[in-house]
Ligand binder design. Structure first.
Ligand SMILES: Nc1nc2c(ncn2[C@@H]2O[C@H](COP(=O)(O)OP(=O)(O)O)[C@@H](O)[C@H]2O)c(=O)[nH]1
Ligand SMILES: [Mg+2]
Length: 176
């Protein structure tokens, strides 16, 4: 029988950057232009096979609004990884991302894998955040970084594969 390894992941970032859309693309391979705003948080799972193992992602998608901020620790506590999302067309959302990283470093699990997703890369003609800035920042904090498009299904699989890879390395090749 194949072993099932569970991996808790939370999504953080400003409202409207596409957190729920990334989860929807990853879990259901679907994109909804009229996706509803997340209230509080929502939970989804997806199981993927990886070599001779099954990896079950337990995904907590949080709301970005300030009024839900105090709930965030419930979701990042015990997470193996955090996907911190910004919108490449909104400089403000990159600023918010840095605040999330700071909070994770101060209050998050010690070995949490941080993955930065610069979403809406299909809109690169109206980009405000250069990829170079995101790469330099990610390198400075030891995070994974990738530009994604939930809309056009760009780098969504790769984002979660990158997370699995890093979590495996941290756990010494064994997913526990
Ligand atoms: N162009 C484009 N729009 C996107 C993308 N991802 C999400 N959106 C749109 O951005 C808006 C907010 O998305 P949502 O997933 O609710 O963001 P959340 O608040 O971070 O969960 C919605 O209108 C989505 O259709 C993307 O990759 N490209
Ligand atoms: Mg949402």
């Amino acid at each position: 029988m194949m072993a099932i390894r569970e991996l808790k992941v939370c999504l953080l970032g400003d409202t409207g950057v596409g957190k729920s859309s990334i989860v929807c693309r990853f879990v259901q391979d679907h994109f909804d232009h009229n996706i509803s705003p997340t209230i509080g948080a929502s939970f989804m799972t997806k199981t993927v096979s990886c070599g001779n193992e099954l990896h079950k992602f337990l995904i907590w998608d949080t709301a970005g609004q300030e009024r839900f901020h105090s709930l965030a620790p419930m979701y990042y506590r015990g997470s193996a990884a955090a996907v911190i999302v910004y919108d490449i067309t909104k400089q403000d959302s990159f600023h918010t991302l840095k605040k999330w990283v700071k909070e994770l470093k101060e209050h998050g699990p010690e070995n949490i894998v941080m993955a930065i997703a610069g979403n809406k890369c299909d809109l690169s003609d109206i980009r405000e955040v250069p990829l170079k800035d995101a790469k330099e920042y990610a390198e400075s904090i030891g995070a994974i970084v990738v530009e994604t498009s939930a809309k056009n299904a760009i780098n969504i699989e790769e984002l979660f594969q990158g997370i699995t890879f890093h979590v495996r390395m941290l756990r010494g090749g064994e997913m526990k």
